[in-house]
Write a protein that binds this ligand. Structure first.
Ligand SMILES: [Zn+2]
Length: 295
């Protein structure tokens, strides 16, 4: 039978009318409930609590969502209302109840962190991305491609945080990604390298969009020719630095007491930003990176 499907066990000796209501309540086609509780309620003229108890008191229903990743048996979940069943349709469980119990008993000692990795592996095994809508898949692709939470914020999330966070939370529930938080503050979005391989996406490891730049240039004291610069140094950056067209930058030079100079540029939009704002949405300052590269 094609997933997802339901099996309803009716109580003995109930009338045809009740059976009909319950059957229609649970009518599921391509993962969608055909008859909403609201429509059913107004049609047969009963209240929501009454409808719930008609269903609950006269039947037991199990929702089957997928083969268990361990034993291959169908994963069945007992459900009592459409709304709870809808949440279960996502299948964030991966294992059947038997295998889950066995797994938990055998792995009592395993820290929660490693269990999470287990779930990320299951999501790949299940090819969970096949269950995503086109929009959700595009967000997952972008997460893997950018492979850097700060840049993801800049390039994607900040343009519509509510929309993107709904999708990111779903990807997290499906264990395609792991949103790692510290003090309720998102630190990073982690995914297994195997996910990128399985989905055939190359993470963009070497490119990072930065919007502000600072570096130090020593003065050249022993120039012998007029064509030689007054200040120079070889600098090798460990990532691309993109200066955006159409953005106004404030460029500055400081002369130090040893004659060297510090060069800096920063988008004018950043000049008035105080430190109380949400750091996630601010371009990252690369002064730290550059400082490390100074000789
Ligand atoms: Zn199983």
């Amino acid at each position: 039978m094609k997933y997802p499907y339901l099996k309803i066990d009716f109580k003995e000796n109930i009338d045809e009318g009740t059976i009909a209501i319950i059957s229609r309540y649970w009518e599921l086609k391509d993962g969608v409930f055909i008859n909403s509780p609201t429509a059913l309620r107004s049609e047969i003229k009963i209240t929501q609590p009454k409808l719930n108890s008609v269903v609950k008191d006269n039947s037991q229903t199990v929702l089957y969502i997928e083969d268990c990743v361990e034993c291959g048996n169908p994963i069945g979940i007992e459900v009592t209302t459409q709304s709870t069943a809808k949440k279960k349709l996502e299948n964030t469980r991966f294992q059947c109840l038997d295998c889950q119990t066995k797994f938990n008993q055998e792995n009592k000692e395993i820290p929660a962190e490693n269990k999470k990795i287990h779930r990320l592996e299951y999501a790949i095994k299940y090819r969970m991305w096949n269950k995503l809508t086109r929009e959700e898949l595009a967000v997952l692709n972008k997460i893997i491609e950018v492979d850097n939470y700060k840049n993801l914020n800049k390039e994607l999330i900040q343009s519509n945080p509510n929309y993107y966070w709904l999708i990111i939370e779903k990807l997290n529930r499906l264990s395609l990604i792991d949103v790692q938080r510290e003090d309720n503050y998102v630190k990073t979005i982690y995914f297994l390298p195997e996910l990128a391989v399985a989905m055939q996406i190359n993470p963009r490891k070497n490119i990072s969009v930065e919007s502000s730049l600072n570096f130090h240039l020593p003065k050249r004291f022993n120039n012998t020719k007029k064509t030689q610069p007054d200040f120079s140094k070889i600098i090798e950056f460990d990532s691309d630095i993109i200066i955006k067209a159409g953005t106004r930058y404030f460029c500055s030079v400081w002369i130090n007491s040893d004659g060297s100079i510090n060069f800096g540029m920063k988008p004018t939009s950043e000049l008035d930003v105080n430190n109380n704002g949400n750091k996630d949405y601010e371009p990252k300052h690369i002064a730290e990176i550059i400082r490390k590269m100074r000789d």
